[in-house]
Design a protein around this ligand. Structure first.
Ligand code: ADP
Length: 623
């Protein structure tokens, strides 16, 4: 087997399973109650039937007393009906709980994803782990979800073993008459040998079947890349926004097909299919043969004892049934333990992801809720490199924002403007230097409080396929009048009037057939309205008018003061004409602030970067 991983010990995999159960227990303890009840009833039911039928046959083959027979028949009927009823009720309950749990499985990872340091969300290694978990779940259900099945199977197997021992122990204790030529079966060593032999067979069978599972584990890392191709190219058509590109560039033929053809992870000639046809299949077949052998041995032993006169014919059915169940229980137990070990390796990946630590310092200071919105922010000699990279993206940035002022950040693509904003919002911590809010390092504030003072419209903002009003408010409950006001300030009032259901109109058609598709410019206005609704003391707009037509853009600027009111505004743009009205302009170049000042001051410096950028754009308008 290629890519063989270091095998986990049974102890290690048991610990991993326990941890997964603890997660489920916290999320939904009723899964365990319902599964416990349903598994016990499922495991006990066959024994009830086996025991009662044996009594009926014994009576029939023996004294044949009518009232005894009636008693056993009625009891059998009642017990069988009762068990079936209980089984139905508990299985439904357990199924209901398990189906709900399937949805929770995704939430476990989603919660973690949302609590990760933002710097980690971006990292390839983290993305890799996350998609590996999804891959494991999707291709054969491996991972945290699977542990619920193991709980059910374990309970069943344990009850099955206990019930089997209870009903079959007398088989070994009852003796054939001493005068019988088969009296040697009474010898304790014979009984012990028989038990030992049966146990051996019962152990070997699941071990063979577990060998087969090992191939899944070994193949998981081998199939990693293929699974990614498959997940991406196989489901690409689900993304309608890609469809135009796919058609124009015929990507389905030229890009997707070759990748899918080149990778054969899941095709008939793949390694896993060879394993399945070869060793995996052989191990499973061997396991089945051994189980059949076990049944034969059980029959032989019971029949020999009955024939020699140790017990009646009714007991034959009881012992054969009970012993078969007992060894099935043992087999099941061992098989589950083996599967738990295989699954342990998948759980390791899950926990590796869930254990990613939060390295960012979590402060405890509250940001005072100042009615005067008198917040002051300072970047003090801030330099920054993205995690796992060597390149300085910001270098020795020093800047202080005056409260209530409008700051424009300009510069060429890649000069570090967006990164500057990400540091301000503490999505990343500076590599060197510090950022201060009212003289205190922002790391010392509680992050949830700190983030409340910013409204940001990022360049690559995203809206939900939910009603317009909920998108703006970021909540299902909201103040409709305030939402309308924000939409109007963002220049969306005319479009709002044309929407069939006003604020209740769904955006996009993902969730509602009568949802509306909106243009990039309209989406940008909604995103601006969302920032306004948050009503934070700082409003940050990263290329807020990039998708707007010139009229909409002019409209936004003419109302910029209404939009921003007394907030501190930071405004990123490479359209310099739109920055003229700002109190201060910071010019970024290759990660440094190379100039600062008002438009008039900066444009007067003919040797400066601002002048160069200004002229580069101005020539198209003046020529
Ligand atoms: P601007 O907003 O001025 O266009 P950015 O701040 O987006 O510039 O990017 C500045 C530099 O940082 C660019 O060279 C970009 O490639 C790099 N960069 C941006 N995001 C990341 C990231 N997540 N990881 C590594 N490098 C990044």
């Amino acid at each position: 087997m290629e890519n063989e991983k270091t095998k986990l010990t049974y102890g290690q995999s048991w610990k991993l399973n326990l941890r997964a159960w603890k997660i489920w227990w916290k999320l939904c303890p009723s899964i365990f109650y319902s599964t416990l009840a349903s598994s016990i009833v499922k495991a006990v039911t066959p024994y009830v039937t086996i025991f009662l039928s044996a009594q009926i046959i014994n009576e029939l083959a023996g004294s044949r007393r009518a009232e005894e027979l009636t008693k056993w028949v009625v009891l059998t009927l009642f017990c069988a009906a009762g068990c079936t009823l209980l089984q139905g009720v508990f299985s439904r309950w357990a199924n209901y709980e398990k189906t709900s749990a399937c949805h929770m499985d995704g939430q476990i990872y989603m919660k973690k994803m949302l609590s990760l340091d933002y710097a980690d969300v971006d990292r390839q290694a983290v993305f890799d782990l996350y998609s590996q978990i999804n891959q494991n779940t999707q291709w054969a259900g491996w991972g945290v979800n699977r542990t619920l099945d193991y709980f059910e199977e374990l309970v069943m197997a344990i009850v099955q073993v206990m019930g089997g021992i209870g009903l079959s122990i007398s088989l070994f204790l009852l003796k054939v008459p001493q005068e019988s030529s088969l009296a040697f079966v009474n010898h304790p060593l014979f009984a012990a040998g028989m038990v030992g032999f049966m146990l051996l067979i019962a152990i070997i069978a699941p071990l063979c079947s577990n060998q087969s599972n090992r191939y899944w584990v070994s193949y998981s890392s081998q199939a990693k890349l293929g699974n990614r191709f498959f997940s991406f190219f196989g489901f690409m058509c689900a993304y309608s926004e890609r469809m135009a590109d796919v058609r124009i560039y015929q990507q389905q033929e030229k890009v997707c097909k070759p990748y899918l053809e080149r990778d054969n992870s899941f095709k008939p000639g793949s390694d896993i299919s060879r394993y399945a046809k070869g060793p995996m299949g052989l191990w499973v077949a061997l396991s089945q043969c051994i189980t059949a052998l076990l049944t034969g041995v059980v029959y032989a032993f019971v029949c020999v004892k009955a024939w020699a006169g140790a017990f009646g014919v009714g007991s034959v059915t009881q012992y054969v049934g009970a012993i078969t169940q007992l060894f099935q229980g043992i087999s099941r137990l061992l098989q589950i333990i083996g599967e738990m070990r295989a699954n342990g390796e998948f759980l390791q990946t899950s926990f590796q992801f869930l254990d990613i630590p939060n390295r960012m310092y979590q402060g405890s200071l509250t940001t005072e809720k100042r009615s005067d919105r008198n917040y002051e922010v300072e970047f003090r000699d801030v330099s920054f490199r993205y995690p796992d990279t060597d390149q300085w993206v910001l270098r020795h940035v020093n800047i202080k924002f005056r409260v209530g002022s409008r700051l424009a950040v300009v510069g060429m693509n890649g000069s570090g403007k967006t990164t500057f904003i990400k540091l301000l919002c503490r999505l990343y911590d500076p590599t060197e230097g510090e950022i201060l809010l009212n003289g205190i390092n922002i790391r010392k504030y509680r992050y949830d409080e700190y983030i409340r003072i910013f409204s940001v419209v990022f360049q690559d903002f995203k809206l939900f396929a939910l009603p317009l009003g909920e998108n703006v408010a970021g909540s299902a409950e909201y103040d409709r009048e305030r939402v309308k006001k924000c939409l109007s300030d963002a220049g969306f009032s005319q479009r709002l009037e044309s929407l069939p259901k006003g604020l209740d109109t769904y955006l996009y058609k993902d969730l509602k057939e009568d949802g509306v598709d909106i243009s990039g410019g309209e989406a940008q206005k909604i995103a601006i309205a969302r920032a306004l609704y948050k009503d934070a003391p700082f409003i940050i707009l990263d290329e807020p008018t990039a998708a707007l037509d010139p009229i909409a853009e002019a409209e936004i600027y003419s109302r910029f003061n209404n939009i921003v009111t007394d907030k501190t505004a930071i405004y990123i743009s490479h359209r310099l004409s739109s920055c003229k009205f700002c109190d201060e302009i910071a010019v970024f170049h290759e990660g440094e602030i190379v100039q600062k000042g008002t438009h008039d001051e900066l444009v007067a410096d003919t040797a400066g970067k601002y002048y160069e950028l200004w002229n580069a754009q101005a020539q198209y308008y003046t020529e």
